[in-house]
Structures are given as C-alpha cells and as structure tokens.
Design a protein. Structure first.
Length: 296
C-alpha cells in the first residue's frame, strides 16, 4: 500500500484496510473528486470491494452484495444476512422452532469463509427459549458448517466381524490420535451441490478413485455426528463392493484428494472386528459404519 494512503483524511490503519480484502461486505462510496479517492478506488477494486461515487450507487452495490436480501423478523435479524441465509443455520433454526423453542438472542463470534467468501464455518453465541422447560439457555456457542455426505464402501464377509471396509486416512489439525491423522469414511461437502447423493459420489471418487453408478448407493438417512458441538449433519450412504473392485482399490493408487484444497487422503483397509478395537477410529465413524451394516 502506498505510504500516502495512510495520510489521507478519514483513513486509519493498515489493519483496518486489511479487513476489506475479499470480504464481500464493503462498498467504497465517495464523490469522484474527494481527496485521495483515485488511490482508494484503485485499492478497493484491487481487493474486490465495489466502488461508487453517488449515494444511489452505494446502495445498489450494497444490495448486490446482499444478493437480494431477505425478509426476516425478531431475533433472526441479529444474525448477519449472509449467515442467516446459510442452509445449516436455516436447518438448525427450523429444527429448534419446530420443537417449540425460540431464538431470543444471537451474536456471531466467528466465521471462516468458503471459496465464494460466504461463511463456511461459523460460531454464534445464542440464547434459546426452551419451551418444554420454561427457561432461556444462553451460555452456549453453536458451531456450524455445511452438511457432509459420507460413504461406506464394503465387501461382506461370512460374518459381520469379517466384513471388509474401506477407510481414508487424512491429516486433521484437531486429531487426538496416536499418529495425528483421522481414519474415517470417504466424505465431505461440495460447494454449490445441493444433492447429498451427488456429493457422496463426488467425494468417493475424489478420496478413493472409485466411481460407482448412483443407483448402487444405498441411503441410510441423515443425523448429527456431534450434536453437543455442531449443528451440521451427515448424510450416510453405503455401496457394496465386488471382489474385483476391492482388489483394484488395494492394488491401485493409494493417495488421493484435491491438492488445491489442502486435501491428501490415503486408502486404508480394515475389518469390522478390527475397527472396533482401533483407538484411532472415532466413535462417530464406528457409529456410521455400524448403522449402515446392520441396516443392510
């Protein structure tokens, strides 16, 4: 940033300017002949912030950032519009209100943007009126992210214990395991994909290299994986492999993932019996696999 920008009237610190970068929240509005406007406009555009030199232009640009806006009332207005429009937030609010509860307060404490600069991870300090208990609980933070689709790829054995299962190993900074990795089902979220089945197929292909006909995927429904912490859910699917498919996975490339997203997965093969005694496989993964195998 040129040194002269820091001396312009109304301009404060480099830190504040840094908040503009790719935020999708800021419109620079000032008359074209305002002091320093030429420099400010250049750097605003450089960082993706719209520029307008009239009040009407500022309002139009702001409404465009809001993507049309939405009609809302009550405490819903305390959630920033981009977050209120998030599908995970709407699903969580709908579930609480369907149970008779009511949002009494909401304050966003943290968000992490996705590729489109809209919230991907979010956390909100909320107060919820619990209808069944006649009280307001306001000492918790709700964490959220887009729903996940997960796929159990397996080959039945003579017994449930001998059933062979495909897992992926991936480094996650939050892992509390002996090797620092998580050992889980292939799965994840696909930005812009609303169909959980299509997301499941895409994630299975990305993380294992296995492409299957959509008709082979069996759906086991959707539930929360960690209801005391996060509002997101997992859509669970399974696909029964053939001997040839499992052999191809075992002898083919073992490393997969989307490098551009920082994703690097390695195939692992186990049995249901071994899974139950492996301390590095989390309870959610064990529960997903058990639910799918016993349902089939």
């Amino acid at each position: 940033m040129p040194r002269d920008l820091a001396t312009l009237p109304g301009f404060t610190t480099n830190v504040e300017w840094g908040r503009w970068e790719s935020s999708g929240r800021v419109v620079l509005g000032a008359p074209a002949d305002a002091p320093g406007m030429r420099y400010l406009a250049h750097y605003a555009r450089l960082h993706g912030a719209p520029v307008a030199d009239t009040l009407d232009g500022v309002l139009a640009a702001g409404l465009a950032l809001l993507r049309g806006g939405s009609t809302r009332s009550g405490t819903h207005r305390e959630l920033p519009l981009p977050l209120w429009q998030d599908q995970t937030v709407r699903t969580w609010l709908s579930a609480q209100e369907s149970a008779g509860n009511r949002l009494r307060s909401a304050r966003v404490v943290w968000t992490w943007p996705g590729g489109d600069q809209r919230p991907f991870w979010w956390a909100a300090h909320v107060g919820v009126e619990i209808a069944a208990e006649g009280r307001v609980k306001d000492n918790e933070v709700v964490l959220g992210r887009p729903d996940v689709s997960a796929v159990l790829a397996y080959l039945p054995g003579d017994t449930l214990a001998q059933t062979r299962i495909v897992l992926v190993r991936e480094f996650r900074s939050s892992a509390v395991t002996t090797d620092g990795y998580v050992h889980e089902l292939p799965g994840g979220s696909q930005p812009g994909t609303a169909d959980p089945r299509q997301t499941a197929l895409a994630e299975l292909a990305e993380e294992t290299g296995l492409h299957v006909d959509p008709a082979r995927l069996h759906s086991h429904g959707v539930r929360q994986p960690a209801a005391t912490v996060s509002a997101h859910r997992i859509h669970l699917f399974s696909v029964q492999l053939t001997e040839a498919e499992l052999a191809a996975l075992e002898t083919g490339p073992q490393s997969h993932g989307v490098t551009a997203d920082g994703e690097s997965t390695t195939l692992e093969f186990t049995t249901y019996a071994a899974l139950l005694t492996d301390p590095d496989v989390d309870w959610t993964t064990i529960g997903l696999i058990t639910a799918a195998l016993t349902a089939r």
